[in-house]
Write a protein that binds this ligand. Structure first.
Ligand code: ATP
Ligand code: MG
Length: 420
């Protein structure tokens, strides 16, 4: 703009000696020209100004965002630099002071953060404490052993009752004991009876005990906590008992809940006068399990399913009514059961017309469900390797005879022979 004015002034100043008339004409044209030029320039400049204004606003916005980020990062750095807190448990409350037990077992009388709600400060609660003064800083939630909290089966197994062949009676018993009392606790109250607390599944290996429990898991809406008995047998004294206690307290918190303990013989075997410290620890775990089974109210909506293939090893105390009220025996499948299991496992196999499961079930006397499954896998693999499109009866017979020889082999070459 100043340039334009300057040029205007110099153009005026530079023409005093010129003739008046010519001066007038040229003056007019110049002023017209410069005026339009000036307008144009003004428009351009105001456009520029607008742009700069929006740019300024944009930058101011960015600046405030960056300031916020700096604050957040400062906060993060500060929290990373704070010294670690000690974890302990409250033992007692004395006026404004609390008695805490730190993780190494020493007991202290300390002050507490005045902002903590007094009603939350109860004996047994887990707290974080300042490292120097051990003052209680905050209340923490109860923690569960990772093994216990990890026992929750979030993704339900995709197993249906219809995937189990020949176990209709057993399925009915388990469903009655577990599902009925979880779904209709009020009916039990009305009849004045206590619903069963637990079911023990017993039977030879490979007869579908684990599978039945998984089917219950996928069928109910209850939380399902599943673990193997051996996971509860721990190395350190008191650990197994603590885990059982945490398992049941987690179950009660998440009720309705089903606890499934597979291979329970790992901790439930008879208490003998054995003397190794490992045995004693396993027995302590069993005692904790017995007292938890007694302790929880059967209407607490917590049910226990356990499975074992060595029921004769189990402690009698586990088997009395009031603990595992129902003992469901899953025997080796009978002839109809075997046919049903063949049907389940060969459901998706392309079969030749002459394949007759009723005949196959006659020659597979004494086979377990797992062995029948192994036969169908064998047959499928043979058909694939031969390049045929359907499984034939001869494939089944071959597979059965090869499994037969393996079974005989085990009988004749089993570990007993080493000592015989
Ligand atoms: N009644 C059945 N119907 C269909 N499949 C079965 C049946 N019984 C066993 N099976 C098959 O056998 C496999 C092994 O069964 P499962 O793991 O339930 O045995 P288990 O009784 O728990 O044995 P263990 O006592 O050795 O633990 C299953 O994956 C399943 O495919
Ligand atoms: Mg099993």
């Amino acid at each position: 703009m100043w340039n334009a004015l300057g040029s205007l002034m110099t153009s005026r100043a530079g023409s005093p000696s010129k003739d008046k008339s010519t001066n007038d004409i040229s003056g007019d044209s110049i002023s017209k020209k410069t005026l339009s030029e000036l307008r144009e320039q003004y428009a351009l400049l105001s456009e520029d100004a607008k742009q700069l204004m929006t740019e300024k606003m944009f930058l101011e916005n960015e600046l405030s965002q960056l300031k916020k980020r700096v604050n957040r990062l400062d906060e993060e750095i500060r929290s990373l630099r704070t010294p670690p807190y000690i974890i302990g448990n409250i033992q007692d409350v004395i006026g404004e002071k609390v008695v805490v037990r730190s993780s190494n077992g020493t007991i202290f009388l300390v002050s507490k953060n005045p902002r903590i709600d007094n009603s939350k400060i109860l004996p047994g609660v887990r707290v974080s404490m300042n490292q120097d003064t051990l003052a209680v800083i905050d209340i923490l939630e109860d923690a569960f052993d990772p093994l216990v909290s990890g026992a929750e089966i979030i993704e339900k197994p995709n197993i249906n009752y219809s995937d189990l062949g020949g176990l209709d009676e057993q399925i009915r018993e388990v469903r009655d004991a577990i599902e009925l009392s979880l779904e209709k606790p009020e009916s039990f109250e009305k009849f004045g009876i206590q619903p069963p607390k637990g079911v023990l599944l017993t039977g030879p290996p490979g007869t579908g005990k684990t599978m039945l429990a998984k089917a219950v898991a996928s069928h109910t809406n209850a939380t399902f906590l599943g673990l193997v008995g051996s996971e509860l047998a721990q190395k350190y004294i008191g650990e197994g008992g603590r885990m059982v206690r945490e398992l049941f307290s987690l179950a009660r918190k998440k009720s309705p809940c089903i606890i499934f303990i597979d291979e329970i013989d790992a901790i439930g075997s008879k208490r003998l006068d054995s003397s190794t410290s490992g045995d004693r620890e396993v027995q302590r775990t069993l005692m904790q399990l017995l007292s938890e089974l007694d302790g929880f109210n059967s209407l607490d909506n917590v049910k226990v399913i356990a499975a074992t293939n060595r029921p004769e090893l189990l402690d009698k105390a586990l088997l009395r009514p009031g603990r595992f009220d129902r003992i469901v025996e899953i025997p080796l499948p009978n002839i109809e059961g075997r046919e049903a299991i063949f049907n389940v496992h060969a459901r998706k196999m392309p079969l030749d017309k002459n394949v007759d499961f009723s005949k196959l079930s006659i020659i597979t006397e004494g086979y377990s469900g797992a062995e029948i499954k192994a036969i169908t896998i064998d047959v499928g693999m043979k058909a694939i390797s031969e390049g045929v499109s359907k499984c034939k009866m001869s494939h089944f017979k071959d597979a059965i005879s090869s499994i037969d020889t393996k079974r005989k082999g085990v009988q004749n070459n089993g570990p007993d022979r080493l000592y015989g």
